[in-house]
Design a protein around this ligand. Sequence first.
Ligand SMILES: Cc1cc2nc3c(=O)[nH]c(=O)nc-3n(C[C@H](O)[C@H](O)[C@H](O)COP(=O)(O)OP(=O)(O)OC[C@H]3O[C@@H](n4cnc5c(N)ncnc54)[C@H](O)[C@@H]3O)c2cc1C
Length: 399
Amino acid sequence: MKHRIVVLGAGYAGAFAAGNLARRLSPADTEITVVNAVPDFVERMRLHQLAIGQDLTFRKLADVFAGTGVRLRLARVTGVDPERRTVAVTGEDGEDGELTYDTLLYALGSSVAHHGVPGVAEYAFDVTGRSSALRLRERLAGLGEGGTVLVVGEGLTGIETATEFAESRPDLSVALAARGELGAWLSPKARRHLRQAFDRLGITVHEHTAVEAVEPTRAIAGGVAGPYIPADVTVWSAGFAVHPIAAASGLEVAETGQIVVDRTMRSVSHPDVYAAGDCAYAIGENGRPLPMSCASAGFTNMQATAAIIARLTGSEVPATGLKYYGNHISLGRRDAIFQMVDEDVRSKSWYLGGRTAARLKSGVLKGAGWGIAHPTFGMPKRKRRLATAPDRAGVRVAA
Ligand SMILES: Cc1cc2nc3c(=O)[nH]c(=O)nc-3n(C[C@H](O)[C@H](O)[C@H](O)COP(=O)(O)OP(=O)(O)OC[C@H]3O[C@@H](n4cnc5c(N)ncnc54)[C@H](O)[C@@H]3O)c2cc1C
């Protein structure tokens, strides 16, 4: 019987991993299935662009996996039973089903973190998923001149969202609420660049402001900007949260709900399960958890696939670098900041800003999308047999 590898999620981590596994393992002994809720590869890093009305094209996953042998199952994952090695799914037709795996790669990504703030679930919008970005797009399209938009959160997504919206829709009044100081973590020069960009785009910044509740036309804020900030539209960008499926399944998870993995991205509680991307609690070379980011999704899925292939084919597990280099933040389509960080995630004094950084970021986004469809570019094409294949008797399977 073939070894069944099931990959949950076809985002940056899962789609790349599934293609990589299929191109490097022999179809004579492995069967690779990827389960995803939607038929397209959704470039989450561009969802703020989608929300403000830019037209994006999404690759069909069926095209991404064409000719690779990967089976695509369009279904929503509703549960994992790591003792029975099964995954519960609900198909597009609403039918419930079950898949059995020998090896599972869990890569379901993340969605918006509400942090229990009243009114967020009811009235706020977000850009963390395609459907929520499209909902926001519709709302913004109906917002006339002078309409107020409040972006909550001074993290990377909040900054990218506020600047993109202000650049694309100068008729709107865009504000950002920051708990602390805007760009406090950047080097002094990069921070100055960021502030100048906000000034140029006319974005109002409410620093030291915690939004305590969201109402249909305003946010209730503690701190300097309180008690009310007018907002026809509130965009909640105060962080990502993982789906509760992993925690409910009995897999060992961190406080964040992310699956706790070892250096090879293997679950510390269930050796048949691997995790990659936002939902993996992986410790980087600097001893800190990797941040939820596309770069981390790259490192973790490369490490997970390398470990799965090595263990199945009886070779030594290679170590992929888990180093966090820095942040690349777009400030609309014509400006960006590339800030390098040191081993302790402190910003280095050097940064790149302006059009060159914007072009670089555009290249990174295009490269990430292209890489999904070409996961083994530059790698050996040989399809490897499993150590347990009948003609390979005696090959030791690594622990
Ligand atoms: C607007 C925005 C801008 C960003 N910009 C940057 C950036 O500049 N740089 C950076 O490094 N990171 C950025 N990020 C973060 C980055 O997008 C994520 O860290 C990255 O997408 C994580 O990859 P992933 O594969 O773990 O998850 P995802 O890309 O989210 O993929 C998860 C997949 O699982 C599927 N899925 C989820 N739940 C289910 C289910 N129950 N059943 C079936 N399928 C399911 C989804 O449909 C999706 O295909 C940004 C995020 C956003 C929202």
